[in-house]
Design a protein around this ligand. Structure first.
Ligand code: CA
Length: 241
């Protein structure tokens, strides 16, 4: 529990920059602003840090020997919880900006930059992620990105049809609750006046989702509650009596 006047834990930042002088200057600047920073001088070194530790943000240089900044971003994309990334670069064409942001960078800073500018961008990035991402749904290691309609479990992509994606998103929005076939028919299929019920169609989709989401995993996430409906998650919700 927080007590009045408690000092919050410092934010942890990873700096991936091959130019030692710049990396050291950034680290000193962050330290003076009460951030904790680790420094990697190669893309692969940065990935090693990211594998082992959790960061609040990453300051990533684009041009790196070996695996470059875009390579690091591509690696990060396949991870579930991704820290926000500020991409540093000497490149400043519109195409470069688009490439950087398309690759998953959250912001972009052109070298040379003022440290005050770097700190301002970093504050904005860490503030943005302090709020829960409204475009991401998650239970256990299953993640749905509503923006890109990308689904993954344990960091491996799951290929879903649009209807399967919508059905899974609906279940995840009701995480912890049982959803009935009637709710699914209304909210996912949006067909309320059918002469024949959608039950069989829904059951087929649930069976397919179960195969795609759960096969090969020890923990099952798609569950059927006989006579009631379905739920998605690790722990079983209370069945209403
Ligand atoms: Ca560089």
């Amino acid at each position: 529990m927080h007590t009045a006047g408690a000092i919050p834990a410092p934010m942890k930042i990873l700096i991936i920059e091959d130019e030692v002088k710049i990396a050291t200057a950034i680290r000193d600047c962050l330290a003076s602003a009460s951030y904790q920073a680790d420094v990697a001088h190669t893309g692969n070194g940065g990935i090693a840090f990211l594998t082992e530790r959790k960061y609040d943000a990453v300051i990533l240089d684009w041009m790196l020997p070996g695996c470059d900044g875009i390579g690091v971003l591509q690696w990060l994309r396949h991870r579930g919880a991704k820290p926000p990334v500020l991409l540093l670069t000497a490149k400043d064409s519109v195409e470069d900006r688009v490439t950087g942001l398309d690759s998953g960078a959250d912001d972009y800073l052109v070298k040379p930059f003022a440290f005050a500018e770097l700190l301002a961008r970093l504050r904005a990035l860490t503030r943005r992620t302090a709020a829960v991402d409204p475009f991401q749904l998650q239970t256990a290691d299953l993640i749905l990105d509503l923006n890109t309609r990308w689904a993954s479990r344990a960091k491996a992509e799951i290929i879903l049809t649009p209807r399967e994606f919508d059905l899974l998103a609906f279940m995840l929005r009701h995480k912890g609750d049982i959803v009935s076939r009637g709710m699914i028919a209304q909210e996912v299929w949006r067909e309320t006046n059918r002469s024949t019920p959608l039950d069989n169609v829904i059951d087929v989709h649930i069976a397919r989702l179960r195969r795609k989401v759960d096969s090969g995993h020890a923990t099952r996430l798609i569950h059927t509650v006989r006579g009631v409906g379905f739920f998605c998650g690790e722990s079983s919700p209370t069945v209403p009596s």
